[in-house]
Design a protein around this ligand. Structure first.
Ligand SMILES: [Zn+2]
Length: 130
């Protein structure tokens, strides 16, 4: 899969994808205690808006997260999110409250993180299945 819309469909109808989604979700809850509400309200609703764009010349994965006006995105049509070391860099870090958003991880990057963790879980499941 190359985008979140496709992924949401697969989670809906394929048990393997659903399991990977649940595992990925639990992994984030464990690594970011106290942010379940944020996950539910801001990150999960963005999963369908994630689009994988490819790998850039510095070997970083690049994603677009389409804007979601319901979640107060007004500035850009989509937000660029790039993997950066163990974390993520998002275009919104240059904007209003950018430093705060960067420190706490914004929900654009959160959605990409969830997307990538689901992919990782899927690979693990594929390897485990004989
Ligand atoms: Zn962002």
């Amino acid at each position: 899969m190359e985008n979140g819309e496709e992924l949401l469909e697969l989670i809906e109808k394929d048990e393997r994808y659903k399991n990977a989604y649940i595992k990925a979700y639990n992994e984030i809850v464990e690594s970011m205690p106290g942010r379940q509400q944020w996950l539910k309200d801001r990150v999960i609703p963005r999963l369908g808006d994630v689009i994988f764009m490819g790998v850039n010349k510095w070997n970083k994965a690049v994603y677009h997260v389409l804007k979601n006006p319901k979640l107060d995105d007004t500035k850009f049509r989509s937000y660029n999110v790039v993997t950066f070391g163990p974390g993520y860099w998002c275009q919104c870090y240059f904007g209003k409250f950018g430093d705060k958003r960067r420190m706490e991880l914004c929900s654009h990057a959160g959605a990409v993180m969830l997307y990538r963790l689901i992919e990782k879980q899927l690979k693990a499941l594929t390897v485990a299945t004989p």
